[in-house]
Design a protein around this ligand. Structure first.
Ligand code: C2O
Ligand code: CU
Length: 491
């Protein structure tokens, strides 16, 4: 099924900066652009629509109402670093939606979060997104309204941003592993995505495990002793995986698209890298001798679940020592000043009702009366951050910000998970340093946009705040749709 169309946006022409037509919302609406005005521009149209697809196989029933960007599952955009995408988005779904560019440092008014950065896009409506690509890496885009339902039915796109040719590190093969299950009944039709049991516990799981959309894990061949780059994403709404492989000659080279000093899997506890929904990983794998295979697994399942088999073919290279290839570290990403950082503590907890304790917004702030669109969130509230739940209560009033931050100031967020479930926490508009974990003492240093917090774990992250209204939420989609989301106002 997976006809992944890479829309190659190569070749540059001097750009004309188009202005985003979106209206300013709230006090912190100064949108910071992360590329110069004369950066090369690529215009593209993108639509979200429903299609009927035989996702279980040609001999099985066609699944109705699959959601996909441009009608293609895992539609993939690829563009050089430093390009500005001007995306004319059209909502051809029968429901409201928005587009969020996960991990990309976009101007706030292109971040896709109703009601704090834009209004929802109604069926038939459109929106112009200004998506600068200041950093290389592996990103994705998805709706930020009824995420559980729309992502559950397939609405996810991938976005690869390449370094300029002179900084590119060559590999013999690049292979994407998109982990996403399908939640289908025997008849091949969608089951309910949001369930009360799921939303209040670990989330509702799919019924069919799949990699790159297909129930059969991919097999790829690469020359013996050659170098493969795996680009792994957990695009599932719920599933947490323990990524690992059955070779010693494999190293993590980027986390959430951000290059790091490479480390082999023997440097991390249990030889696995835990990945929750939205997390990405770039892995350098050295192929074995001809005829041998490398198997890549999710070791979290009771039986290790095969994600991909890499088969070494004849026509190989001569065997050399395995030295993980280091990708160029993106110097453009603003890093926090830890000596002058302010500390903020957050508790991820179960909801205690609509008892928000954060200070309300001043009455003259346009967002003080904003409501969350009922079509965008779940029907129940189970989770909170510092006793704030997103969209709690029958009136769906926007909760006050978790905190009001200063543009350019560095912050250390200490996040304590006081629940029985893991929560992969994502901060919009920023890339943060993961400083410490109370449970994983031997963690290598890395930067990310989503960090796992396990039950009873405290994780510290640090970032430099950028002007805008930015949400901070769990990426288990039923959790965020049932309260586990808050926002920072950065002024
Ligand atoms: Cu993928 Cu609000 O995020
Ligand atoms: Cu969660």
């Amino acid at each position: 099924m997976i006809t992944r169309r890479a829309v190659l946006l190569a070749g540059a022409s001097a750009g004309v900066l188009a202005l985003s037509p979106s209206a300013s919302l709230g006090r912190a609406s100064r949108s910071v652009d992360t590329l110069p005005a004369d950066a090369p521009v690529r215009r593209l149209s993108l639509s979200a629509r429903e299609v009927d697809l035989p996702i279980l196989g040609a001999d099985k029933a066609v699944t109705k109402r699959f959601c996909a960007y441009d009608g293609m599952p895992f539609m993939t955009l690829r563009a050089p670093q430093g390009t500005r995408l001007m995306v004319d988005f059209k909502n051809d779904l029968p429901d409201p939606t928005t587009v969020h560019w996960h991990g990309i440092r976009v101007p706030n008014d292109s971040d896709g979060v109703a009601p704090i950065t834009q209004k929802i896009i109604p069926p038939g409506g459109s929106f112009a997104y200004n998506v600068p690509l200041p950093d290389p890496g592996f990103y994705f885009f998805h709706p930020h309204c009824d995420e559980t339902g729309q992502v559950g039915r397939g609405l996810v796109g991938l976005l690869l941003v390449d370094e300029p040719p002179e900084r590119q590190v060559p590999f013999d093969l690049e292979h994407i592993i998109a982990v996403k299950d399908w939640r289908l009944g025997e008849d091949g039709q969608w089951l309910e995505m949001f369930t009360t049991e799921g939303a209040s516990t670990a989330g509702t799981f799919g019924t069919v495990r799949a990699v790159n959309g297909l129930p059969t894990p991919p097999r790829r061949s690469a020359p013996a002793n050659s170098d493969v780059r795996l680009r792994v994403i957990v695009a599932d709404s719920t599933r947490v995986i323990d990524f690992g492989c059955d070779t010693d000659e494999a190293a993590v080279i980027a986390v959430d698209g951000q290059a790091i000093t490479p480390f082999t899997f023997d440097k991390v506890p249990h030889g696995i890298w835990r990945m929750g929904p939205a997390m990405r990983l770039d892995v350098h794998v050295r192929m074995p001798e001809a005829g041998k295979e490398v198997k890549v697994y999710d070791y979290r399942s009771a039986e290790p679940y095969l994600l991909t088999t890499l088969v070494a073919t004849e026509s190989g290279k001569a065997r050399t020592d395995f030295v993980p290839k280091a990708l160029p570290i993106a110097t453009e990403v603003p890093m926090p000043d830890l000596d002058h950082a302010e500390r903020l503590d957050f508790l991820v907890q179960t909801a205690a009702g609509a008892t928000a304790i954060a200070a309300p917004l001043p009455a003259d702030d346009p967002l003080s009366k904003a409501l969350i669109d009922s079509m965008c969130v779940g029907s129940a509230t189970f989770w909170a951050i510092n006793r704030n739940s997103w969209g709690a209560g029958p009136d769906l009033r926007l909760p006050p910000p978790l905190s009001t931050l200063k543009d350019g100031q560095s912050y250390i967020l200490s996040i304590t998970n006081a629940t029985k479930q893991p929560h992969p926490m994502h901060l919009h508009g920023h890339v943060f340093r993961v400083l410490s974990s109370s449970k994983k003492k031997t963690m290598p240093p890395y930067v990310a946009d989503t960090v796992m917090t396990e039950p009873n774990e405290t994780v510290e992250i640090a970032f430099k705040a950028t002007s805008g209204n930015w949400v901070f939420h769990c990426h288990i989609l039923e959790h965020m749709d049932s309260g586990l989301m808050g926002w920072f106002m950065v002024v």
